[in-house]
Ligand binder design. Structure first.
Ligand code: URA
Length: 263
């Protein structure tokens, strides 16, 4: 591995900073001062020091995060809070989000510094399934469900969506079901929704187009008011994680995801 990459994945600074340290002669490899950032090192056998202190290699990291609504999926943003704000005391150098959730979408988001892992899960040809739980204004009859399952047009110039799975959980009138809807600001819902039908359920897709779930449901007349991703490639959101909490993926979970995406 390149020396600058190794250092950026440890806890001492980002790529730009570590290159400066290298150029300023603050880094030694097996006792020799090295000033060339691109030099190849062996992260398991070479001893790398930064101003005399051994640098521990962070290696690859994989986080499962329960995203709350109201945060954007981005590493940085000047106007909005991002999911990275929850990792304040953690070295997130080189870490990025795997795919995106809308600002108002909750649930399972993976973060890693492993580009291959991201590629395996997000590349459209890999068809990794993602399941979302939704509440929407509207109703879903047999015909709508078939359309969602078989493929539907969701935007001008776009091809048909890939086959999806839909499972309706509850349907009824808003006034009857509103207290079951996990929406914090119910009072913001219009009073004229009162006698409207609402529906909840699970939609599983294997693509990742922008606002895809909302647009698919809209195409059959349903307006999503709550959306939560609950699984990716068989990995289910750990419900012991409160909104805004995260944990490392286990080795078994990482291997399972990599295997699924290769099938
Ligand atoms: N589909 C959406 O519409 N929004 C998301 O955040 C994810 C999938």
């Amino acid at each position: 591995m390149r020396l600058d990459k190794f250092l950026a994945q440890s806890s001492i600074g980002n790529r730009k900073k570590v290159r400066t340290y290298i150029k300023e002669g603050m880094i030694t490899v097996n006792g020799d001062v090295i000033t060339e950032p691109a030099i190849e090192i062996n992260e398991s056998s070479d001893v790398i020091k930064y101003i005399g202190k051994v640098v521990d290699y962070a290696g690859k990291v994989y986080y499962m995060f329960n995203k709350p609504s109201g945060y954007i999926t981005a590493t940085k943003d000047t106007d909005h809070k991002t999911v990275f704000d929850f990792f304040d005391n953690v070295n997130m150098n080189g870490v990025f989000h795997v795919g995106r959730l809308d600002k108002d979408t909750e649930g399972l988001l993976l973060l890693t510094n492993d580009g291959e892992f991201e590629h395996q899960l997000m590349y459209p040809e890999k068809h990794v399934e993602k399941t979302y739980f939704f509440w929407a204004l509207g109703s879903l009859d047999e015909k709508d469900r078939k359309q969602l399952e078989q493929g539907i047009y969701i935007g001008k110039g776009e091809i048909l969506t890939k086959p999806a799975k839909i499972e309706v959980q509850k349907c009824g009138m808003y006034k009857e079901l509103k207290y079951e809807m996990p929406i914090d600001n119910l009072e913001n819902m219009h009073s004229n929704h009162y006698s409207q039908p609402v529906v909840s359920g699970y939609l599983t897709i294997s693509e990742g187009r922008k606002h895809q779930v909302k647009r698919m449901l809209k195409a059959v007349g349903c307006y999503v008011v709550y959306l939560k991703r609950i699984s990716i490639g068989g990995l289910i959101l750990d419900e012991s994680l409160e909104k805004g909490q995260y944990r490392f993926l286990t080795e078994v979970e990482i291997q399972k995801l990599m295997k699924i995406s290769k099938e």
